[in-house]
Each structure stands twice: as C-alpha cells, then as structure tokens.
Design a protein around this ligand. Structure first.
Ligand SMILES: CC(C)(COP(=O)(O)OP(=O)(O)OC[C@H]1O[C@@H](n2cnc3c(N)ncnc32)[C@H](O)[C@@H]1OP(=O)(O)O)[C@@H](O)C(=O)NCCC(=O)NCCS
Length: 153
C-alpha cells in the first residue's frame, strides 16, 4: 500500500513595521536576505539608504526572531524594493508584504501601487492582483513596470 506524502505547513511568520527594528539589525538583514538571492540584481546600499528616508516605510516579515523579507514603500505608492530570503520563498511571505504595502498606500491616499521589477517575478505580481487590484505589466527589456490600480477600502 502506498503511503501518503507528509505535508508540512509553511512556517508561520509575522509582519512588523520598520520603525521597531534597529538600523543595525535592519542593515544586517538586508545583507543576509540579498546574499540568499544570487540571481537578483539588487543594490544593498541603495536599499539601506531608504531606511533613513522619512518618506518611505519598511515592513518586515519575521519568523523565529529572524527577519526573512521586507518591502519598502514610498508615500507616493511606489515600491522601490521587495525581497524575500530564498529559503523562505514560495511560502506566502511576498504576498503578505505586498498586501501590507498596498493597505498602507491606500491609507495614504494613493490609487496606484507601482514598482519596477525583473521580468522573472512577473507571475508573482499577476498571482496577487485579485487581492491588490487589477495589474498592468509593461515589459521593457529585462525589467517590467508593474502598476496596480488599488481596490477601494
Ligand atoms: C518576487 C518575490 C518577492 C516573491 O516572494 P515569495 O515570498 O516567494 O512569494 P509568495 O510565496 O508570496 O508567492 C505568491 C504566489 O506567487 C507565486 N510566485 C512567487 N514567485 C513566483 C515566480 N517567480 N514565478 C511564478 N510564480 C511565483 C507563488 O507560487 C504563489 O502562488 P500561489 O498563490 O499559487 O501559491 C521573491 O521571489 C523575491 O524576493 N525575489 C527576488 C527579489 C525581487 O525580484 N524583487 C522584486 C523587485 S524589487
């Protein structure tokens, strides 16, 4: 008789607002998360600068006291960066971070949520459009401009 495969639930995580995280801890987490995604053309020093920008808000995903992902949101509804540690990818962390950013963007009065991303993540943005709002994806070479029309509250 064939046995059923054992399915384990994805690890639980929580979303934390950035101002509760110390700068040193946040900078170290950015380095660790980025190092885990070797195929992504990121710029850690630019992301770290956003930590000190009063017009941006960070949300972090945390599990077992470890920071495993972040999204950075500008008050204008632009998302300069989102990243999830490779070992925690495909467990709903990116979706939860984008939903949190979209909620805040709406609260700030934005009707759109915009970002530029490598084309490899386009299916991720399509997957979450039902929860955030209709998405337009314009491919420009290796990158895509992603624009969500945010659903009303
Ligand atoms: C893109 C990224 C943020 C997605 O985060 P994630 O935590 O893996 O995404 P989730 O687990 O929340 O995925 C949500 C859905 O999208 C799907 N998905 C995620 N990444 C995908 C991909 N690259 N291709 C196809 N589907 C993808 C998931 O399977 C899931 O589908 P489901 O609802 O059917 O289960 C993450 O892969 C990442 O950090 N990439 C490198 C950095 C990057 O490209 N940032 C964007 C530009 S700043």
């Amino acid at each position: 008789m064939q046995s059923e495969p054992i399915r384990t639930a994805p690890p639980p995580f929580k979303i934390i607002k950035g101002h509760t995280i110390e700068t040193e801890t946040a900078e170290a987490a950015i380095e660790t998360i980025h190092a885990s995604i070797p195929d992504w053309h990121k710029n850690s020093s630019i992301v770290k600068k956003f930590l000190h920008n009063r017009e941006t808000t960070f949300y972090w995903a945390s599990t077992d006291g470890k920071l495993i992902g972040y999204v950075c949101l500008h008050r204008t509804g632009c998302v300069p960066y989102i990243a999830v540690a490779k070992s925690n990818s495909r467990s709903g962390v990116g979706r939860a971070l984008m939903l949190r950013a979209a909620k805040k963007a709406r609260k700030l009065g934005n009707q759109k949520l915009e970002l530029t991303s490598e084309n490899s993540a386009n299916d991720f943005y399509r997957k979450i459009e039902n929860e955030i709002g209709p998405v337009k994806i314009e491919i420009a070479g290796q990158y895509s401009n992603i624009t969500y029309s945010l659903l009303p509250h």
